[in-house]
Design a protein around this ligand. Structure first.
Ligand code: SF4
Length: 256
């Protein structure tokens, strides 16, 4: 069985305990000193944070780290660069409390691994639950669809945020029903939910059809990403773009 998020967390927490007994929220002095200077830096992959430090967001497809060796690189990074790690709700690894110098070193360390640090606004890993054959309630496998979407669509540029979720059954542990594009496993395939999102005014996606093959899912996500790119305005999510285009026109444009 592949290494899951719990295993990743365990290894990283062990590394943190070994390194220091300081709180994860205490800020190293080298970060405090360089805040103003650092906010000017623009290095692809280094994301400025509100406190002036930088973070790196590493993809974790299927929510499972590809190799134990890559985890060791993360562990060494925490020890050598005095940075910290957070597992995000989007199933990514956030490496944070970096300055410009340590951030560049972290990116270099990542370049020698199978881990991918996001450097641009593009389609990313879907958020997935564990699915078949591990979960007793699952009606569909989730990893193969996630793998196909990553293989065919990762790095497809998008104008703004567009998120994809996959759940192995209608229980939706991966919140595939409150995300821009959700695939929810049922006996005969995946129901498609579109236009959901979290935030201050969360919305449940609207059920708009079914897919029975991975190719159909790839085709659908690609068409929606294109339509989104062409129609998005500042800060809009997919739900607003659909309202702007009109539901029937949207469905017909993406083949639903
Ligand atoms: S959504 Fe369904 S298949 Fe996925 S973890 Fe939850 S109960 Fe299991």
């Amino acid at each position: 069985m592949g290494m899951g998020l719990f295993d990743i967390l365990l290894i990283l927490v062990k590394a943190m305990i070994t390194k220091s007994s300081k709180s994860i929220f205490s800020k190293p002095s080298h970060i405090k000193e360089d805040y103003k200077k650092m906010s000017q830096v623009s290095v692809p992959g280094l994301v400025p944070q509100k406190d002036g430090s930088f973070a790196i967001f590493v993809e974790v497809p299927k929510g499972a780290c590809p190799s134990a060796d890559d985890l060791m690189v993360l562990s060494n990074m925490m020890k050598d660069l005095n940075c910290k790690v957070h597992l995000t709700t989007a199933q990514k690894i956030m490496i944070f409390d970096l300055n410009e110098e340590s951030g560049k070193k972290a990116l270099e360390m990542l370049s020698n691994t199978g881990l991918y640090a996001k450097t641009a606004l593009d389609l990313s890993q879907p958020r997935v639950c564990i699915g078949k054959p591990y979960c007793k309630l699952a009606l569909q496998e989730t990893f193969p669809l996630s793998e196909t979407l990553m293989e065919k669509l990762a790095r497809e540029p998008i104008a703004r945020k567009i998120k994809v979720g996959i759940a192995g059954c209608p229980a939706c542990c991966s919140w595939a029903n409150i995300i821009d594009i959700g695939f929810i496993g049922v006996k005969s395939g995946f129901q498609v939910f579109i236009g959901g999102h979290g935030g201050a005014r969360p919305a449940i996606g609207e059920k708009m059809g079914m897919i029975t093959t991975h190719d159909e899912a790839v085709d659908l996500v690609r068409k929606i990403a294109k339509l989104f790119r062409e129609n998005v305005t500042k800060k809009s999510r997919l739900e607003r773009v659909i309202k702007k285009i009109g539901l029937e026109e949207f469905k017909s444009a993406v083949g639903l």
